[in-house]
Design a binder for this molecule. Structure first.
Ligand code: SAM
Length: 318
């Protein structure tokens, strides 16, 4: 398959693309707007913590990388975020064909801002995907008063990550749109099983982070699943305008789709360019036995056991 990468600001880049030129968008945008600013990236790269960056609790003795702290956003930041996604939403809508789906990663604090902005921009909300993963977000005791309020947690420790699902309005009936534009629906997991909105996942494995050293790298197994679903007939091109370390593009390569990635930061663009081939070839052995993997995730009971196991093992390790 072919992929193209661009080191650009996607807001400018989108304006240069012809209308109706992509069949899906799968992306994970910045939320603080601040965390990927030059100032905050410089701070992160110099190892200065605090403010936007919080060190999550150590797991199993391992010190974790800093995570952005979205709760520091004030009302003005939230209004700016709304404006950013409204503008981005209009630009993105223009470049996709009718019926194209948009899968967009978000978080439980700010998903309402994203959803309002994108629906105001003309996208149709089509659902929400639960990436079932034990994150390191939330769960802290009150800062500097941990002992005094040792039984208190300020916000829940998040055990899932929301991915919002949108669609550009279709032309006519779904079958008309599928025939004309190859879009409008989602690709089934298999003949027996439709794409399902609860996806058991994992934190990004160390071997993937060793390949692509990006602070928000998403795991290949999860990305492959949603990228696969994004083109109902397996035809067309997938766009990731906030490419980061290239996990969407690698997943598209792995499932056999053409794709395009855009990244504003030169260092991250170079990381993606150098990592996609290696990420693509991971877990090939697993994919040779897809029936075994699918049947593992088929039963709801298994899904619950899986997430509980993850939760409990993390809790006990802390
Ligand atoms: C949350 S990260 C994406 C991580 C990615 N999903 C991965 O798995 O590596 C968001 C990325 O968007 C980039 N970004 C921020 N603003 C951008 C813009 N206007 N145009 C293109 N990329 C941008 C940031 O530099 C960052 O790498």
């Amino acid at each position: 398959m072919t992929y193209r990468l661009y080191n650009n600001d996607c807001l400018e880049w989108l304006d240069e693309q012809p209308e109706n030129s992509f069949e899906a968008i799968v992306t994970d945008p910045p939320y603080g707007l601040k965390e990927y600013s030059e100032k905050e990236q410089l701070k992160l790269r110099r190892g200065n913590k605090g403010g936007m960056w919080r060190i999550p609790p150590a797991l199993g003795g391992n010190i974790r990388s800093p995570l952005p702290r979205f709760t520091v956003l004030n009302q003005q930041d939230i209004e700016n975020l709304y404006k950013f996604f409204s503008i981005w939403g209009v630009k993105a809508l223009r470049v996709v064909v009718p019926g194209a789906h948009l899968f967009v990663a978000t978080n439980t604090h700010l998903s309402h801002v994203l959803c309002t902005a994108l629906t105001d921009a003309g996208w149709e909300k089509r659902g929400e995907i639960v990436r079932l993963v034990q994150t390191l977000k939330g769960g802290d005791r009150p800062k500097n008063a941990e002992e005094e309020f040792s039984d208190v947690t300020v916000i829940p420790r998040s055990a899932w990550e929301p991915w919002e699902l949108f669609r550009k309005p279709i032309e006519g009936r779904i079958q008309d749109n599928l025939r004309k534009w190859k879009t409008g629906g989602l690709r089934r997991d298999s003949a027996e099983r439709p794409f399902t909105d609860l996806v058991p996942s994992e934190r990004t494995p160390q071997q993937e982070r060793d390949i692509a050293n990006h602070p928000s790298l998403k795991p290949q197994r999860f990305m492959r699943k949603i990228v696969y679903a994004s083109l109902p007939l397996g035809e067309g091109r997938v766009l990731d305008p906030f490419m980061g370390g290239g996990s969407t593009i690698a997943a598209a390569e792995s499932v056999g789709y053409d794709s395009v990635g855009v990244e504003i930061d030169k260092q991250y663009y170079q990381i993606a360019a150098g990592s996609i081939a290696s990420l693509t070839t991971l877990y090939i052995e697993e994919e040779k036995t897809p029936e075994v993997i699918k049947s593992n995730f088929d039963s709801q009971e298994h899904v619950l056991c899986y997430s509980q196991r993850q939760l409990f093992s993390d809790t006990y390790r802390q």
